[in-house]
Design a protein around this ligand. Structure first.
Ligand code: PBG
Length: 342
């Protein structure tokens, strides 16, 4: 028989936060943040190929494969069944179709536009987000076209191309265009172009605070926007934000709101939770966060070595992003997370 504690050992504590952690049911009652498939958007890489073509695994993104466009319909029906909040489409374009001006971006029958039509007809209720930027189409891998001197991305000429791209995507059936290029003034220009073309119901998810991050590496492998082996990776520092800056994200948010953005996005996510919380506090608009390829890859890599428990680390990372204030998350974990929750 254990002896009863001596009276003097009991603390005189009216406040005992542990009372609310005593059982699973009580913890569920007081949980402040939830995670559900409807809040998750799955990025999907598409390649050319019919329904018989094999998906191509991406080595630096374990569990992620590029999907042949002929298989995309079936793939989207699966994702819709999981109750996901949508897909974000990214094409891997044949290098032969790339040039310095990214002309393929304006081909009305380009891979991504065929993918949009395929996805929309197969799973009409699944929201489609389409990235707007020129990096899948340019030989140099930048998100826009270069200035005459070739030493920077030309803002206004790039915006002109993005507005045309936006209209093509809207016509193909996307629910949201997602400019990820970080050019100044592009949200307003895209809004006007969409409205003029009669696409006033197509939304804009603006990459509001997209940082010049080292964590996009595996994505650039997936879409082939990295420079050839041996060459230094390109720097996007003249358009993507400096990771040192916090207030500047608010400035970008104010501009995107004023220009007509429907959703504001922060990217990457886990290293930028302060930015997500800032935008949540300052904007009435829905906030999205992009858990990028490098964030995904580092969790997978540690789990492969047995150093982290994958589902637990994954769910904790997504919950943290939601807790910081994101309404929705673009994440390569989306479908696995939804499947595990079933
Ligand atoms: C390109 C784009 C990038 C990502 C999404 N859109 C890469 C880049 O800016 O170089 C990165 C996504 C990821 O790393 O998962 N406009």
């Amino acid at each position: 028989m254990p002896k009863a504690a001596k009276p003097g050992v009991r603390l005189d504590l009216p406040q005992r936060p542990r009372r609310l952690r005593r059982t699973a049911a009580i913890r569920a009652l007081v949980r402040e943040t939830s995670l559900s498939p409807a809040q998750l958007i799955q990025p999907v890489f598409v390649i050319e190929g019919g329904s018989g073509a094999a998906p191509e695994p991406v080595a630096s993104l374990p569990g992620v494969s590029r999907v042949p466009v002929g298989r995309l319909g079936a793939h989207c029906r699966e994702l819709a069944k999981l109750g996901l909040g949508g897909i974000a489409l990214f094409p891997k374009v044949d290098p032969k179709r790339k040039d310095a001006l990214g002309r393929e971006a304006l081909n009305a029958n380009s891979l991504v536009l065929r993918a949009v039509r395929e996805a929309k007809s197969a799973a009409p209720q699944l929201p489609i987000f389409a990235d707007l930027a020129l990096d899948p189409y340019t030989t140099h891998g930048h998100d826009g076209i270069l200035t005459k001197r070739g030493d920077d991305v030309d803002n206004d000429r790039t915006v002109a191309i993005l507005t045309e791209m936006a209209v093509l995507h809207a016509r193909a059936g996307v629910d949201f265009v997602a400019p990820s290029d970080m050019m100044d003034g592009r949200v307003g220009a895209i809004r006007r172009a969409l409205d003029t073309a009669g696409h006033e119901t197509t939304g804009i998810l603006a990459y509001t605070a997209k940082y010049a991050s080292a964590y996009y590496g595996p994505f650039r492998d997936a879409v082939g926007s990295k420079r050839a082996a041996g060459q230094a990776p390109i720097s996007k520092a003249t358009y993507q934000m400096d990771p040192a800056n916090r207030r500047e994200a608010l400035r970008e948010a104010l501009l995107d709101e004023a220009e007509g953005a429907d959703i504001l996005l922060v990217k990457p996510a886990l290293l930028y939770l302060d930015i997500i919380a800032d935008l949540r506090a300052h904007s009435p608009l829905p906030i999205a966060a992009y858990q990028v390829s490098g964030e995904y890859a580092q969790i997978c890599a540690a789990a492969e070595r047995g150093w982290l428990d994958l589902p637990a680390a994954r769910d904790e990372s997504l919950l943290a992003i939601r807790r910081a204030g994101a309404d929705m998350i673009l994440t390569y974990f989306a479908s696995a997370c939804a499947r595990d929750g079933q």
